[in-house]
Design a protein around this ligand. Structure first.
Ligand code: RI2
Length: 322
């Protein structure tokens, strides 16, 4: 259980963060566990993998990338322990490789939408969004970036560090300055934690306000999202759980107040009508096409019951991102 406990702790504390990065870390920890497991039967192997998957899934409730990754890695059909072990190792390897390729492809596709001299506003720290920005920079489009701080966890500081490394002209703003600068912005590019069946976006808290400002200013709003960030559960009517994090993240020492409490929702929902395009590894799509991405790429049956986590798991093939 060691690789799982350690990875779960890091995801929970946000030492490992970012929807794609937590998904890859979870896949890698399941692979490491499968390689190490010393068990006497297939049933015992399945039960240890199931327990590990549940531990990982409990860490961050919003990011569907985590649950899609865990389900993809734990879908196998095996007659004995060695077959099951190989399947988990191979599924994890495929997931990690394909998700890394997807980020690059999103850059290639999204980068084409950036024009010479554009100013791009980004929020939080998204490798998928940064891939688009990087591709435009490499194509000599003389871009400028405005990055928000992204309170309370300051992911904007990670973003400006990466932009500095790339040599991209960047301005850092406080989150509340978004409306003040929106008239200088040509397009907004953000990442995604979840895309729902109707094309709405669940992303870092503050994204919905940015989208509202962009809508008001008629500024394009672009989302960068790998297809495994689309949520099959939302086709089945499930609502996305918005993670509420510890109040100490917002105000260390708040517990001394007797009449004040802190609300700390980590994500918010941007309606699909405020989104111009979602750049995925299979193309730039209007948000209204999200249902088709889920149906064709993920299958709405991709729920707990189709992996080793549930009784019908043995029949399914691993769904990869090719
Ligand atoms: P990539 C982050 O969540 C942000 O909401 C960001 O937009 C999203 O992950 C996507 O990141 P958090 O883990 O997968 O900081 O594009 O809460 O890197």
């Amino acid at each position: 259980m060691e690789p799982i406990t350690e990875t779960a702790r890091k995801i929970d504390s946000m030492e490992i963060r970012g929807a794609g990065r937590i998904a890859r870390a979870a896949a890698a920890s399941l692979r490491d566990l499968a390689q190490q497991l010393d068990v006497k039967s297939l049933e015992e192997f399945n039960s240890r993998i199931r327990e590990a998957a549940e531990t990982l899934l409990a860490t961050r409730p919003t990011a569907v990338s985590l649950s899609n990754a865990v389900k993809m890695v734990t879908r196998y059909s095996a007659n004995d322990v060695e077959e099951a072990r190989q399947a988990v190792v191979s599924n994890a390897g495929k997931f990690i490789e394909n998700s890394e390729k997807a980020v690059e492809k999103i850059g290639e596709i999204g980068g084409r939408r950036i024009r010479k001299g554009d100013t791009i506003l980004t929020h939080c720290n998204s490798l998928a969004a940064l891939s688009i920005i990087k591709a435009a920079h490499i194509a000599d489009k003389a871009i400028k970036v405005i990055a928000t701080e992204s309170r309370p966890r300051w992911q904007g500081r990670l973003t400006i560090g990466m932009l500095e490394e790339l040599g991209i002209d960047t301005e850092l703003i406080v989150d509340s300055a978004v409306r003040s600068v929106m008239n200088d912005v040509d397009l907004v590019v953000v990442g995604a934690d979840v895309i729902t069946a109707n094309g709405s976006l669940v992303n870092k808290i503050g994204t919905a306000q940015i989208a509202l400002c962009a809508h008001e200013a008629r500024t394009s709003f672009v989302v960068a999202a790998e297809t495994y960030k689309f949520s099959p559960e939302t086709i089945m009517g499930e609502l996305v759980t918005i993670e509420e994090r510890d109040s100490e993240e917002v105000y260390p020492g708040i517990s001394k107040f007797r009449h004040v409490k802190v609300r700390n929702p980590a994500f918010d929902v941007t309606p699909h009508s405020y989104i111009d395009v979602i750049c995925t590894e299979v193309g730039a799509i209007p948000p209204e096409m999200s249902y088709l991405i889920i149906k064709e790429r993920l299958g709405w049956e991709l729920d707990i019951a189709t992996s080793v986590l549930g009784p019908s798991g043995s029949e399914k093939e691993c769904c990869d991102c090719d």
